[in-house]
Write a protein that binds this ligand. Structure first.
Ligand code: 13P
Length: 316
């Protein structure tokens, strides 16, 4: 038997024995996506983590995602196969940023992006993802709020402001995902337009800089991009302006549409730290387990559950 076949068989056996489910983000390695029970964007993964009845959740993604799954499931074991798979955007947010913003804008609701530490979700008014941020901001606008705070991604904050007309204050003001900021930059969008002109559809993530977003045909979360691809099937190529892992999923979903990365070097090394071997190893040893402070987790869970339900209700 081949090495990979052997690994996959071990993994399937362990999954049955442990009553485990594997949740994977759209940026995961192809072989990890292939063994996952569910692959999705942050909003979909949060909902899956809220609804699972498995005994064990293996989270194939970065640390803040695994911590969120643990907060949502106090009575289940959550395994994060490579704990050092982190997120520099999430790590950029510090407590004084939130304290100062709350003082400077009293009464303004605080939206905390899912790419954040758990303590920040616990002090948020809403926890948002790239798929839900504009929906929830629009809802708050209808409630009469003209200013909201959004932490920590400044590009997502700008995208929400442009699409809803609400004043969105980014907290701390400089938070960004380095992959989207530097590798989905306007340079790569212009380079693609020079080559393809309007024959290419360019889809970018809201974490990309404003100029990239304004030149794109569509802006949305990873799963929103996947759904949007079919609208552009008459173009010669669909270019995905985000982490390159999404291309694998897109090609599996639409084998008849040509899908390419806008920039093949847009690779999040943290997302790629989770391997087939590390998942098998985690299930075998039942560690590394994600542990979270119970009181922080309880408050975070309330905010996340309410925000996810609101997002799905607003989406209809
Ligand atoms: P999505 O919610 O769009 O999947 O984004 C998650 C993420 O971490 C983007 O960098």
């Amino acid at each position: 038997m081949s090495y990979i076949r052997g690994l996959v068989e071990r993994l399937e056996r362990l999954k049955r024995e442990r009553r485990a489910v594997i949740l994977a983000h759209n940026y995961q390695l192809p072989e990890v996506q292939d063994v996952a029970d569910f692959v999705g964007d942050s909003l979909e993964l949060a909902r899956q983590a809220m609804e699972t009845d498995a005994d064990v959740i293996v989270f194939a993604g970065v640390r803040f995602m695994a911590e969120m799954a643990a907060a949502l499931n106090p009575d289940r074991v959550v395994l994060h196969p490579v704990p050092e798979a982190g997120c520099p955007l999430a790590d950029a947010l510090l407590e004084p940023h939130v304290t100062r913003a709350r003082e400077a804008y009293p009464g303004a609701p605080l939206l905390v992006y899912v790419n954040s530490p758990l303590w920040a979700k616990a002090v948020a008014d809403y926890v948002v993802t790239s798929a839900s941020a504009a929906l929830i901001a629009g809802y708050l606008k209808n409630q009469g709020y003209d200013t909201i705070l959004l932490a920590p991604d400044r590009n997502l904050a700008d995208h929400v402001a442009l699409t809803t007309g609400v004043r969105v204050v980014p907290v701390p003001g400089y938070g960004h995902c380095p992959i989207h900021e530097y590798l989905v930059s306007p340079y790569y969008v212009r380079r693609a337009r020079d080559k393809w002109e309007e024959r290419a559809a360019i889809l970018v993530h809201p974490e990309a800089p404003r100029e990239s977003r304004l030149m794109a045909d569509f802006v949305g979360s990873t799963s929103q991009m996947l759904r949007a691809i079919q609208r552009f099937r008459d173009r010669s190529v669909v270019l995905l302006g985000t982490e390159e892992g999404l291309v694998y999923r897109a090609r599996r979903l639409y084998p008849d549409i040509r899908v390419e990365p806008l920039n093949p070097t847009a690779v999040c090394i943290d997302m790629k730290k989770i391997t087939l071997e590390s998942i098998v190893d985690a299930l075998e040893r039942m560690k590394p387990r994600v542990t979270v402070d119970p009181s922080i987790a309880r408050r975070a869970r309330e905010v996340i559950e309410e925000s996810v339900r609101l997002a799905y209700r607003l989406r209809g």
